[in-house]
Design a protein around this ligand. Structure first.
Ligand SMILES: [Zn+2]
Length: 281
């Protein structure tokens, strides 16, 4: 499906938390120049500031470090739509079975794929798109050190995934989800420059660690509502007692619950307008 028209974006502007941080640094420098004996206070302020920024990066749904989509836009809410997102695939064992379950329920989902895994299973990536689903960017290698990277390394990692996923799937991603949802203040300007939205989620099942499908289902369905972005995993999937990937046991019940609420699934490509790529100034 084609993307909706791009939202015009001029230039990157620092989110309020970063603007405040820059201001604090300037204030500390100015105070030290006038009254050097105040250095413990200046240093303490800077340390606290960095602790705060780090904490914001460890909170996946935070908007302190820049725009972050945690729910679908108002139009989709009005149409009683929700988005099912599946991370960390494609997985040669689990993803084909997820695709069959989605077909059986007439549901279209968004797959946040790890590009390196897509390179190992290119036919499976094409199958995802051929069956009407959406492929988005979940980094190239899904490194646990992603949020410790500087701007150049972040850009290389994300751009490489853009190229691989765009070439293999025929659809260039317009959304990015950080590995484990962790990030740092350098990520927003990089995403802005590449024309990518940061997308996290409204609710997640923790299905890479939880082995009880019922608990995962309860986490996802509690107070579920139109506009929700739901996160499950077709890659790195935990196994239930049955030996089956947890996602395969959760999905049929989750989709039946959504249908009972009158909620209709929509992909991010259909629900979220493009973020136009602009040069950072
Ligand atoms: Zn992931």
């Amino acid at each position: 499906m084609a993307l909706q028209p791009a939202v015009p974006v001029r230039r990157w502007s620092a989110p309020p938390a970063l603007t405040a941080s820059f201001g604090l640094h300037a204030l500390a420098a100015g105070t030290l120049a006038i009254a050097p004996e105040t250095w413990p206070w200046a240093l303490g302020g800077i340390v606290l500031n960095h602790v705060g920024l780090t904490a914001a990066g460890l909170w996946p749904r935070s908007r302190l470090l820049g725009p972050n989509i945690t729910r679908l836009p108002a139009g989709a809410v009005g149409r009683r739509q929700f988005a099912l997102t599946l991370d960390d695939g494609p997985d040669p064992d689990v993803t084909p079975r997820v695709l069959d379950l989605l077909d059986a329920h007439g549901v279209r989902a968004t797959f946040f794929c790890i590009a390196r895994r897509a390179q190992q299973a290119p036919a499976l990536l094409r199958e995802i798109v051929a069956r009407g689903h959406d492929v988005q960017n979940h980094s190239h290698a899904h490194r646990h050190t992603f949020s410790l990277s500087g701007p150049a390394a972040l850009r290389r990692e994300i751009e490489r995934a853009q190229d691989v996923l765009g070439e293999l799937s025929g659809q260039r991603p317009h959304c990015f989800r950080a590995p484990a949802g962790l990030r740092n203040p350098f990520l927003d300007p990089v995403l802005h420059r590449l024309g990518l939205h940061l997308v996290s989620w409204t609710r997640r099942g923790f299905d890479t660690v939880a082995a009880d499908p019922q608990r995962v289902l309860e986490r996802l369905t509690r107070n579920m509502a139109a506009g929700d972005i739901v996160l499950l995993h077709d890659g790195h999937a935990q196994r239930a007692a049955s030996g089956q990937a947890v996602v395969l046991e959760v999905l049929p019940k989750l989709l039946a619950h959504c249908a009972s609420l009158g909620l209709q699934a929509i992909t991010l490509r259909a629900a979220v307008p493009a973020r136009s790529a602009e040069v950072v100034q």
